[in-house]
Design a protein around this ligand. Structure first.
Ligand code: SF4
Ligand code: SF4
Length: 612
C-alpha cells in the first residue's frame, strides 16, 4: 500500500533518479521525505521552490535524471526558471511534481497547475491514483528525455494522500553516458539565443501533440449508456466511474497537449459530452475553441473536488431527470466542531498573546505558516496574510502608504524561520534599504512547523537529519543592514520581557528585529517539563489564561455574576495534564497565582532561563 506521494518517490528512484529538490508544502511534502529513504540518490530541502527547480534543472542539464516537488502555490515562485528553461530544455529527464491543493485544505488559494503547462509549453500528466502516480512518474521521465523538456506531473490532494495497492519494479541505473555539453547557444538564454529557441519550442509542442494523440495514457472506455460521455483526468476519472459506471469515459493521462482528434472521435460516439476537470474551465474552453461541442463548468463547480455527491445531481439536472437524494457516507454534522488552533505549549502562544494585548497600537502583517493561526480566536492578532515572505514587504507598504488615521500605529511584521529563509531575506533587505519603520518578529521554532517538522538551513540538519551548516540569523540580519542594537533574541515564554522589548522597539522609528528562539513542541529538540495544575479554590474564573490560546486549558465551569451592575461571564478552568508541556506561559497571565506546577521543577538551565 502506498500513497500517491510514496508511489512517485518509488517510481522516481526506479527511474534512475540522481537528485531531488523540494520545498515542503502540503500536500506535496512526503515526496522528498520518502526519497531520503532510497539509497543512491541525493535528496535535498531547498530554501524555496525557485531554488528547488533550478537545482533540478542544473542536474538535468548535466545529464542526470532529477525531480523537483512543490505544492501549487510554489509554482508561482518557481515560474521564472520554468518559463525560461522551457526554451533551453533539459538533457537528463526532469519531472516537476506539483501537488494541487484541490479543496483548499491548507493553502491560501486553489490554483490549477495545468495552466502552467500551457503557459510554459510543457507537457502535463495527471494520475488518478497511487498506481498511476507510479506509472506516470516513470513515463514522465521517459517523455522528458525523449523530447528534452521538463514534464509536469500534476497531483491533487486526493492522489497525494490516499493509499492504494502499487505494483513496484526494479531500479534502472542512473544515467552515466553523456554529461554536460558546452553549448552557449542553448544554455545561455540571452535574447538572441532565446529567439532561436522559440521555433524549436513550437516544433516540440507539435511533436508532443502527435505523441498525445497516440499515447497509451489517453484511454477511451466504451460504456453502454451513451446519453453522456465524459472527458476527464486525474481523480475526476474516479469520481466519474463511481457516479456513472456505465457511461463512456475518455481518460486523459497525458492531458496537455490535449489529443483533440481522439476527443473529437469520442464526442461522435455519445449524445452529449461533459468535461469533468478539477478545478478550472481549461480543457472545456480548449475543446470549444476546437469546435468540439461540450459542457462542463456550466453545470459543475469551479472549485473543490467533483465528488459523486456533486456529479450525480448535476448530471441528473442536465439530463432533465429527477435529482436523486444520495445518502452521504459520512455526516460532517456528527463530528464535533474543532477550530484550527496552535499546539499545546506552542512557543508562538506567548507572542500572539503579547500582540493581542497591543492590538490597538499596531497593524500586524502576517505570513504563511503556523503563525497564520494568530489571526483566529482568542488572539485575533493578524491583519494581513498573502503569501510567503509578504509580511515583510507588505509591512513596508503599510508603513509608507499609511493614511492619517493610522499615523500613530506601529507596523509589526511576523514571519517564521523557514519562511524568512524562503522569501523573507529579500523583504527585510528591502525594508532596511527603503528606510522602513517596522518591527519584525522572526518566530524561530527551528523547523518548518506547519508541514510536519522538516529541516532547513537554520536547523543545522539536512534532509537526511545529518549535520549541516547552520545559518546564524543574527549575523545574517546584521548583514542585511539592521543595526546590531536593534536586533534581539528572546525566549517567547518570557512574556514580560517580550512585551517590554516589543513596546520599546515599536517606539523607535526604524527597522528592528526580534527573534524568538524556542523550538516547536513537535520536534525532538523540544523539552517537556512537569505539568501545571489549577488550584480550584484559588481560581477566580477571570479567564485570562484562556487568552493564551493553549488547548490544554479547559473550561471546567461557567458562571454569570453581577459586577458593578453588569453581568460578567466567569470561566473556571482546569489543565489537561496529559497535554501540558509545563511551559509556564499561562502562569504569567494568572493574577491570583492559581496555576501551580504539579511537582517541584528540575532546575535545568533551559528552564531557569525560561522562568527565572
Ligand atoms: S503550562 Fe499552561 S500554557 Fe504551558 S502547556 Fe501547560 S497549560 Fe499550556
Ligand atoms: S487566569 Fe487564573 S484565575 Fe483566571 S481563569 Fe485562569 S487559572 Fe483561573
Amino acid at each position: 500500500m502506498m500513497s500517491g506521494n510514496e508511489a512517485v518517490a518509488r517510481a522516481a528512484w526506479e527511474s534512475g533518479l540522481a537528485l531531488a529538490s523540494a520545498y515542503p508544502g502540503t500536500p506535496s511534502t512526503e515526496i522528498l521525505e520518502e526519497l531520503t529513504q532510497y539509497p543512491d540518490l541525493n535528496a535535498q530541502w531547498a530554501v524555496n521552490e525557485k531554488v528547488a527547480l533550478e537545482v533540478a534543472i542544473g542536474a538535468a542539464v548535466a545529464g542526470s535524471r532529477s525531480l523537483a516537488a512543490m505544492k501549487q502555490v510554489g509554482v508561482n515562485v518557481a515560474a521564472d526558471p520554468l518559463m525560461s528553461q522551457s526554451l533551453a530544455g533539459v538533457v537528463g529527464g526532469l519531472v516537476l511534481v506539483v501537488a494541487d491543493d484541490v479543496g483548499l485544505s491548507s493553502s491560501q488559494n486553489e490554483q490549477d497547475t495545468r495552466f502552467w503547462g500551457r503557459f510554459a509549453h510543457i507537457p502535463v500528466m495527471e494520475p488518478a491514483d497511487a498506481q498511476e502516480a507510479f506509472e506516470m512518474t516513470k513515463a514522465a521521465f521517459d517523455l522528458s528525455e525523449k523530447f528534452e523538456t521538463i514534464v509536469i506531473l500534476r497531483l491533487t490532494t486526493r492522489v497525494c494522500h490516499v493509499k492504494s495497492l502499487v505494483t513496484v519494479g526494479e531500479r534502472r541505473p542512473p544515467n552515466s553516458e553523456g554529461g554536460f555539453t558546452y553549448d552557449p547557444n542553448r544554455w545561455v538564454l540571452v535574447p538572441s539565443t532565446a529567439k532561436r529557441r522559440l521555433p524549436l519550442q513550437a516544433e516540440r509542442e507539435k511533436a508532443l501533440k502527435a505523441e498525445s494523440e497516440s499515447s497509451p495514457l489517453n484511454v477511451v472506455e466504451q460504456g453502454s449508456d451513451k446519453r453522456v460521455g465524459f472527458v476527464t483526468s486525474g481523480p475526476g476519472y474516479l469520481h466519474v466511474k463511481e457516479s456513472f459506471p456505465d457511461a463512456p469515459v475518455l481518460k486523459l493521462g497525458l492531458s496537455h497537449p490535449a489529443p483533440f482528434e481522439i476527443i473529437r472521435a469520442f464526442a461522435g460516439t455519445v449524445e452529449r459530452l461533459v468535461v469533468v476537470e478539477e478545478t478550472e474551465k481549461l480543457l472545456e474552453t480548449e475543446l470549444k475553441a476546437e469546435g468540439i461541442g461540450c459542457t462542463g463548468k456550466d453545470i459543475l463547480p469551479s472549485n473543490g473536488e467533483l465528488a459523486p455527491e456533486i456529479l450525480i445531481p448535476a448530471i441528473a439536472k442536465f439530463l432533465g431527470e429527477p435529482v436523486p437524494v444520495r445518502k452521504l457516507a459520512h455526516d460532517s454534522s456528527l463530528v464535533f466542531p474543532r477550530p484550527p488552533t496552535m499546539c499545546v505549549g506552542c512557543p508562538h502562544l506567548g507572542v500572539y498573546y503579547t500582540l493581542s494585548k497591543l492590538r490597538r497600537q499596531v497593524t500586524i502583517s502576517g505570513d504563511i505558516g503556523c503563525y497564520t493561526l494568530g489571526a483566529l480566536h482568542p488572539w485575533k492578532a493578524l491583519d494581513t496574510t498573502t503569501c510567503m515572505g509578504a509580511s515583510l514587504t507588505m509591512a513596508l507598504g503599510l508603513d509608507k502608504g499609511r493614511l492619517p488615521k493610522d499615523a500613530d500605529k506601529s507596523v509589526v511584521a511576523v514571519i517564521g524561520d523557514s519562511t524568512f529563509l524562503h522569501m523573507g531575506i529579500q523583504g527585510l533587505l528591502n525594508l532596511v534599504y527603503n528606510k522602513g519603520n517596522a518591527t519584525v518578529l522572526i518566530l524561530d521554532n527551528q523547523t518548518v512547523g506547519m508541514t510536519g517538522g522538516q529541516d532547513h538551513p537554520g536547523t543545522g540538519k539536512d534532509a537526511y537529519g545529518m549535520p549541516a551548516p547552520k545559518v546564524d540569523f543574527i549575523k545574517l540580519i546584521e548583514a542585511l543592514g539592521v543595526k546590531p542594537e536593534r536586533i534581539h533574541k528572546i525566549n517567547p515564554y518570557m512574556m514580560p520581557v517580550l512585551f517590554k522589548t516589543l513596546k520599546d522597539e515599536m517606539a523607535i522609528p526604524e527597522v528592528s528585529v526580534i527573534i524568538t528562539d524556542q523550538p516547536c513542541v513537535l520536534i525532538e529538540d523540544h523539552q517537556r517539563f512537569a505539568p501545571y495544575t489549577v488550584i480550584e479554590e484559588a481560581c477566580t474564573g477571570c479567564g485570562n489564561c484562556l487568552k493564551t490560546g493553549c488547548p490544554a486549558i479547559l473550561v471546567r465551569k461557567r458562571e454569570t455574576v453581577a459586577k458593578n451592575g453588569k453581568d460578567q461571564e466567569l470561566a473556571f478552568v482546569d489543565i489537561d495534564i496529559s497535554g501540558c508541556t509545563g511551559c509556564g506561559l499561562c502562569t504569567e497571565t494568572c493574577g491570583p497565582d492559581a496555576i501551580k506546577r504539579m511537582m517541584p521543577p528540575t532546575k535545568t538551565s533551559k528552564e531557569a532561563q525560561a522562568h527565572g
